[in-house]
Design a protein around this ligand. Structure first.
Ligand SMILES: [Zn+2]
Ligand SMILES: [Zn+2]
Length: 310
C-alpha cells in the first residue's frame, strides 16, 4: 500500500511537471516575444468580431466591428492595410478565408498610422506571411519601437505592441505597386506625425471609381493642438491636412475606424454587394468639415487654457 502511494506521488509529480512545462512553452510561443506591455481593451468594438464586407471591386473590409483592416486583392497577391489590437490576427485571417482568399497570399503590408489599435498585430502577420512592411517615414520610428516613441509621451512610454521592422519608408506622393494595383500615399499628419491615407482607381462594371482610404484628423485625449513639445508643428500639421482632405474628391471613401465613415449606417451583415453602397462624396466632405470644426474649436480652447511658458 505504502509503495503504491509513493508510486502515485511520483507519477503525479512527473505529470504535473510535464504539464507545467507544456503550458509554459505554449504561453511563451503564443506571446513571443514578450518584450512589450499590452494595453487593456476598453472599447468593445475594438475586439468584437465582424463579418467581412465587400466595399467595391477588389477592396474588402476584414477588420473587427470598429477597427478597419482593408484587403486589396491584386493580380499578384494581396495588400493588407492595418491590423487591429494585439489579438486580432485570428479574426482578420478568418475574415480573409471567409471571402475565399488565402491569408498566405498577403504580399504587402501598409498602415494608416502607428497607434496600437491599428498595427499591434502587424509584427505577427509579417512573420506569418513574410510580406514587407511599408510606412510613412514619420511613423516608422513609432512602429519600430512598438509604439514607444509617441509625441504624446516625450519621455517615452515603452513598447505597447510587438515592434515592427519597416522595410520601406514612404514619402508623400510615393506610389506603391503590387500586381495590377498602384496606390498613392498621402501624408496627413496631425493625429500622428506620419498619419497617411491611400488612393487608387479601381474598375467595376466598366466604370472607374476613385477610392480613398483615409486617416481622419481626429484628436486623441490629452493632445493640445496649439502646443505639443513632442510635435512642435502640430497646429500647422492639422490645418494643412484638413485643407488637403477637403480638396480630395473620392467616389468611394473608407477610414481607419468604421465609425469615421459611418460603416454601420451604410451596411448591415447580410446586405447584398452594391458597388455604389460606399459612393458618398457629400458624406465625405461633411465628415472632413466636421473634424475641421472639432479641430478649430479645440484649438481655440487649448490656446485659451494652456499657454506655453516661454
Ligand atoms: Zn490613433
Ligand atoms: Zn484609432
Amino acid at each position: 500500500m505504502m509503495i503504491h502511494n509513493r508510486l502515485i506521488h511520483v507519477l503525479y509529480a512527473v505529470i504535473t511537471t510535464a504539464l507545467t512545462t507544456l503550458l509554459l512553452s505554449t504561453t511563451v510561443f503564443a506571446q513571443a516575444p514578450a518584450t512589450y506591455r499590452q494595453l487593456p481593451i476598453t472599447i468593445e468594438g475594438y475586439a468584437k468580431p465582424f463579418p467581412p464586407v465587400h466595399i467595391i471591386s477588389n477592396l474588402y473590409y476584414v477588420g473587427t466591428y470598429d477597427l478597419a483592416v482593408y484587403l486589396i486583392t491584386t493580380s499578384n497577391g494581396h495588400i493588407l492595410i492595418n491590423t487591429g489590437v494585439n489579438n486580432s490576427t485570428a479574426p482578420i485571417k478568418a475574415n480573409i478565408e471567409a471571402l475565399g482568399f488565402k491569408f498566405s497570399d498577403i504580399k504587402l503590408l501598409l498602415g494608416t498610422h502607428g497607434h496600437w489599435d491599428h498595427v499591434a498585430a502587424m509584427a505577427e502577420i509579417k512573420r506569418m506571411t513574410g510580406a514587407p512592411m511599408m510606412m510613412h517615414e514619420d511613423d516608422a520610428e513609432l512602429l519600430e519601437t512598438g509604439g514607444g516613441y509617441d509625441f504624446r509621451f516625450p519621455q517615452g512610454r515603452g513598447a505597447i505592441y510587438e515592434p515592427i521592422k519597416v522595410d520601406r519608408r514612404l514619402k508623400d506622393g510615393d506610389t506603391i505597386r503590387q500586381g495590377d494595383v498602384e496606390l498613392t500615399i498621402h501624408h496627413h499628419p496631425g493625429h500622428t506625425k506620419g498619419s497617411s491615407s491611400f488612393t487608387y482607381t479601381t474598375q467595376e462594371n466598366g466604370r472607374p471609381y476613385q477610392v480613398l482610404i483615409i486617416n481622419m484628423g481626429t484628436i486623441n485625449p490629452g493632445v493640445n493642438v496649439g502646443f505639443m513639445p513632442g510635435f512642435p508643428k502640430i497646429t500647422d500639421a492639422y490645418a494643412t491636412t484638413l485643407t488637403k482632405q477637403k480638396q480630395m474628391r473620392p467616389d468611394v471613401w473608407v477610414s481607419s475606424h468604421a465609425g469615421h465613415f459611418n460603416m454601420h449606417d451604410k451596411y448591415k451583415p447580410g446586405d447584398a454587394y452594391d458597388p455604389n453602397r460606399f459612393v458618398d462624396p457629400a458624406g465625405y466632405l461633411a465628415k472632413v468639415e466636421r473634424y475641421e470644426k472639432l479641430y478649430l474649436e479645440q484649438l481655440q480652447k487649448d490656446r485659451a487654457t494652456a499657454k506655453p511658458s516661454n
